[in-house]
Design a protein around this ligand. Structure first.
Ligand SMILES: [Zn+2]
Length: 715
């Protein structure tokens, strides 16, 4: 606790100092010799007020002076490390991040409110739990346009705002782009990651961010958010043997991210003061509790993440040892910057240890009121009574199991599952010894606490946060417009996820049978699994594929339709259904499935290519591929398909333009080079034929069998 208080003091002093970056302006009370009179006054207040000094240190006063003295307020670099466990950061493996940590404040027990990328990032940017902001699963919904975010608040303050995300899991369609002038979620369609979302590596993200920074006028403060996705499975860091042990490869991905972050920091303009915030969106289980990746369970492995702040006004070399939520980051960043006292109020409570208060508390202080002893927003209250909630709906929405909620408070973690779990976090940090049966009273009281908080956080509730969000009518209207989805926990089979994991072992067996070509056995096993767990989408998807492979097309169609009933917004299910429908000769229905995908994701290359394959004429196909390019679909196969059609027409210049764009997307690739040459030859040949014989009917040459446009040979 002393560290927390020391941090608050240093921060307040730093805001009154030059407002420049660390290094020459490193703020140290002892070294600085003479104390500013305001600091002296606060020191006295601390001594007199004892337990509530921090609440007396509103940033409001300090920020006003800082704004007067510092012509350019600090910029903010927000780095989100996808899939990064708290224990993955260290001086040897991630020296850049560890260096920032040692120069700033490190939150030792930072917990994510969700082990899923989209909900966790929405919480980071809005300061709200998933139940409040409404993005509770990956791949569905969109953030309400009424919610303030870190980007909307800083944009309103005149900051230049830019985001560079590394996976289309954070596609602009989910609403996180609001407030960002630049939202760079542009990825090559052929660079597919897990679940069919395009992604890019940390080098590409860094490149895009550096290019943007170079163009920014030096006097404009900026918010730059970079999202690094590399640590996501599969772990294949550049230059590492794919056969190396899994944990080494995972660490290798983070070492690569660390080097790329180093490049970004090196390119940061020296004259631009900066607050750096580094945070994980969620961790990774790496086999703990039987979970390989993340999303199903709510243990430390996936909830605890790195959280580091560094820059003007942030204590150096300080560790905050109390549990905090990553939801608190946005309010903290807004509070650390000079600006109006309450414009970040909708972002919730700031982190402790930095002397920040926002919302009503800050307003009271700004108007000269002393914070009352039971002030709920001050550091001390946050430190002592903070209850951290987490949830995951993925067990229900994906696997048809019971969803999970967790509460971390008073040194315990309660996991609300059909078979409830309770862990003593100090004695049993690995959460291996469930105390729920021995501590029934404690379970009951923690569960009551969890329910009380969850009720307060329910959608449309006024009590959960200062934001108030929207009234129920507005909520219903937004729901009907598709702005809010995933607020229900979905249908499920009342299976405890702990038991569900055993079903996944048998599912792996079915996958092995399929890989070995033993379709009939695999189908029988999958059917048995589905008898026990009929709402399991991965089981249904795999069964659909097995049936299709076995020529049982109608059954495959029915199976995919069953999966879609459970999860109508999953684009890959619509794509699978379209494939089955085409196999059954139902082109019209297949077309409708592709169109459904494009409604969800207008840049989806597979859907555009599918529609092009169903085109009734070359002119129709040309139009579809042209629409795809116009919609922002960045696909090598779409460009090559369009180039083929142009080549058949002898349009040499158009072919060259499309080939150049394809080469830009994919870089040097021998297969692409070869393909480009043959298309150039075809275009030249057709052009000659046209000029030799004026007026022939337009040639419509057959598709190139070596590389039909929709076969994903390029990846
Ligand atoms: Zn993630």
């Amino acid at each position: 606790m002393m560290k927390v208080m020391k941090g608050a003091l240093i921060r307040t002093y730093a805001l009154w100092s030059t407002g420049q970056r660390r290094g020459s302006t490193c703020v140290c009370l002892r070294k600085s010799g003479e104390l500013h009179p305001h600091v002296l006054m606060i020191l006295l207040l601390v001594m007199v007020a004892g337990a509530r000094p921090v609440a007396s240190m509103s940033p409001a006063h300090g920020q006003v002076e800082a704004a007067q003295k510092a012509p350019t307020p600090p910029s903010v670099l927000l780095v989100t490390l996808d899939t990064t466990r708290a224990d993955a950061i260290g001086t040897e493996r991630t020296p850049v991040i560890a260096g920032i940590s040692s120069e700033g404040t490190h939150f030792d027990l930072a917990l994510s409110p969700s082990p899923l990328t989209l909900p966790a990032h929405a919480s980071l940017l809005t300061g709200l739990p998933p139940s409040k902001h409404g993005l509770r699963s990956n791949g569905a919904g969109a953030l309400s346009p009424d919610l303030p975010t870190l980007a909307t608040v800083l944009s309103a303050r005149g900051y230049a705002t830019a985001a560079f995300v590394a996976s289309r899991v954070l596609d602009r369609r989910f609403g996180l782009a609001r407030g960002f002038e630049t939202y760079d979620d542009v990825m090559v369609a052929e660079h597919l990651g897990e679940y069919g979302y395009p992604e890019r590596d940390a080098a590409a993200v860094t490149e895009a961010a550096v290019a943007w920074l170079r163009k920014l006028p030096s006097q404009t403060p900026c918010l730059v958010w970079v999202h690094y996705y590399d640590a996501h499975a599969p772990y294949l860091p550049p230059g590492m043997d794919p056969g190396a042990p899994e944990r080494e490869r995972y660490a290798g991905e983070l070492a690569f991210v660390d080097r790329q972050l180093g490049r970004l920091l090196a390119a940061w303009p020296g004259q631009r003061p900066r607050i750096t915030a580094i945070v994980g969106d969620h961790g990774e289980s790496l086999g703990e509790h039987g979970e390989q990746t993340h999303g199903i369970f709510l243990y430390r492995a996936t909830l605890q993440v790195p959280l580091i702040l560094e820059g003007p006004g942030i204590p150096r070399g300080t560790t905050i040892p109390i549990p905090v939520s990553t939801e608190q980051l946005s309010a903290t960043l807004v509070g650390l910057l000079p600006g109006p006292v309450d414009d970040g109020a909708g972002l919730g409570e700031p982190l402790p240890g930095l002397g920040l208060t926002v919302g009503p508390a800050a307003k009271d202080q700004a108007s000269g009121d002393q914070a009352s002893g039971d002030q709920a927003s001050g550091d001390q209250a946050s430190a002592g009574a903070r209850v951290i909630l987490a949830e995951t709906l993925m067990p229900a929405t994906a696997y048809g199991w019971h969803p999970l909620r967790a509460l971390t408070a008073h040194g315990w973690r309660l996991i609300d599952a059909p078979r409830v779990e309770l862990y003593d976090l100090a004695a049993d940090p690995d959460e291996l010894h469930n105390q729920a049966f021995r501590r029934r009273e404690l379970v009951a009281s923690l569960r009551a606490e969890l329910n009380a908080h969850a009720d307060a956080d329910a959608p449309g509730s006024e009590a959960g946060s200062e934001a108030g969000i929207v009234d129920p009518d507005m909520m219903a209207a937004l729901e009907s417009l598709g702005y809010i989805q995933g607020t229900s926990t979905g249908e499920h089979d009342d299976i405890d996820p702990k038991d569900g994991m055993r079903l996944l072992d048998r599912f792996d067996e079915a996958k092995r049978l399929l890989a070995a070509g033993r379709q009939a056995e695999a189908i029988r096993l999958l059917e048995r699994l589905l008898a026990r767990n009929p709402h399991n989408v991965p089981f249904l998807t795999r069964l659909g594929a097995a049936l299709l492979d076995s020529g049982r097309t109608e059954e495959a169609i029915a199976t995919y339709q069953q999966a879609l009933k459970l999860n109508p917004d999953l684009h890959f299910l619509h794509l699978n259904l379209a494939t089955a429908l085409r196999r059954a000769g139902q082109a019209g229905k297949a077309r409708a499935s592709y169109e459904r995908v494009l409604k969800l994701d207008p840049r989806n290359a597979e859907a555009w290519l599918g529609l092009a394959e169903l085109a009734t004429s070359p002119a129709d196909e040309r139009q579809i591929l042209g629409q795809a390019i116009e919609a922002g679909c960045r696909s090598v196969r779409v460009l090559l398909g369009a180039a083929r059609l142009e080549a058949e027409q002898g349009h040499v210049a158009e072919v060259e333009d499309l080939l150049q764009r394809a080469l830009e997307l994919l870089g040097p690739d021998p297969e692409l080079k070869q393909r480009a040459e043959s298309l150039r030859d075809l275009a030249a040949h057709q052009a000659r034929a046209k000029s030799d014989e004026p007026g022939p009917p337009e040639p419509t040459g057959p598709p190139d069998p070596a590389m039909p446009p929709s076969r994903p040979r390029l990846h």
